[in-house]
Design a protein around this ligand. Structure first.
Ligand code: SAM
Ligand code: SF4
Length: 329
């Protein structure tokens, strides 16, 4: 088992396999003018496989594949197949926008993917187009239906945006009535590749909870799994659950068990840091697995205690503004 300098166990790696995306979500990327990383800057599948295998040797047993949009990287399913055969890696999860995912769902089931987080901020096709700047609502719904049909544990991620999807909170929560899904409402963070959208956080975790409590009397608090980033609730009589992720308020840092790798190989020990070192560069310079592992351990030995300290330590841009597509969420 891996521990950081604050004695938190670390067993969860979030791997962003690409910075490319087929949507342009308002809260994540600017509409135009995105500069993607040059291809040679991205980690190859061979490099990712070697790094993940090394990290599994250190104590990582849970992996999330994210991006950008993971399924627009070529040969993604072959890579997932390799990952699913990695000894010691107990769980693989995926976060996807669902645009090209529906036909792949049977294969995801066969590979034993533990769960899929599907990003869906609205149930209104017109508003979906406005938020994502693409008209792909139907394809995402097809993915949702395929995931349910194949019995893959599914969570919906909805970022709450003032003046955009305010009226979607209740319809999205109502998805839990007949479907065994977890619908999680996320505070919007300023990771949008541009200027901050607001001068304050309008949809805070407290306000989200107030609206849920108001609309669903008897909303019941559920026990949260260890290291959970969401506060979880059940609406009486519903099959699924609702959750609230205080991503901007950062209430969950005390039990954070996760590290991140960006598409260009930057290791992040906190979502809010600007990367502690580039493991791909070290690997390309000829480092052995032992040397790579030692560098990871050193980074974990100097981990910020929370997202506020990590943000305060940033060297490149004091406030976060990079696109979430370069981090993976
Ligand atoms: N493209 C995939 C998707 O959208 O599911 C995976 C990558 S995306 C960066 C991962 C998650 O980050 C999504 O659920 C998205 O809603 C969330 N996200 C992106 N930008 C965000 C922001 N500024 N604040 C809060 N969540 C954000
Ligand atoms: Fe793409 Fe996901 Fe970012 Fe939306 S949230 S632009 S789908 S990476």
């Amino acid at each position: 088992m891996l521990y950081d300098n604050h004695n938190r166990p670390v067993n969860y790696l979030r791997l962003a396999v690409t910075d490319r995306c087929n949507l342009r979500c308002f809260y994540c990327m600017p509409e135009e003018g995105i500069q993607y990383l040059p291809k040679q800057e991205l980690m190859s599948y061979e490099e990712m496989l070697r790094i993940v295998r090394m990290m599994v040797g250190l104590g990582i047993d849970k992996l999330r594949i994210t991006g950008g949009e993971p399924f627009i990287r070529r040969d993604m399913m072959d890579f997932l197949g390799e990952m699913s055969r990695l000894e010691g890696l107990q769980q693989i999860h995926i976060t996807t926008n669902g645009v090209v995912t529906a036909p792949l769902v049977p294969e995801l089931k066969r590979l034993g993917i533990r769960s899929v987080n599907l990003s869906l901020d609205t149930l209104d096709r017109r508003l979906f187009h406005e938020i994502t700047r693409r008209d792909d609502f139907d394809k995402v719904i097809q993915t949702f239906e395929a995931l349910l049909t194949h019995g893959i544990t599914t969570k919906i991620n909805a970022v709450m945006m003032e003046g955009k999807n305010d009226n979607d909170l209740v319809p999205l929560a109502m998805l839990t009535k007949d479907h065994p899904v977890g619908v999680r409402f996320i505070e919007e963070m300023p990771f949008n590749g541009g200027e901050a959208h607001y001068d304050q956080l309008w949809w805070s975790h407290r306000r989200i909870l107030e609206v849920l409590q108001d609309q669903f009397p008897g909303l019941e608090k559920l026990p949260d799994p260890p290291s959970s980033t969401s506060y979880n609730y059940q609406i009486p009589g519903h099959r699924g659950t609702v959750g609230i992720i205080a991503a901007y308020s950062r209430t969950f840092c005390g039990t954070c068990n996760r590290i991140r790798l960006t598409p260009q190989g930057m290791l992040k020990t906190c979502l809010y840091d600007d990367g502690v070192f580039n493991i791909k560069n070290l690997l390309r310079a000829g480092a052995s697995d032992d040397q790579l592992g030692a560098a990871v351990l050193e980074a974990l030995g100097n981990r910020a205690k929370d997202g506020f300290e990590a943000e305060g330590r940033r060297l490149f841009g004091l406030r976060v503004s990079e696109s979430m597509a370069t981090i993976g969420g």
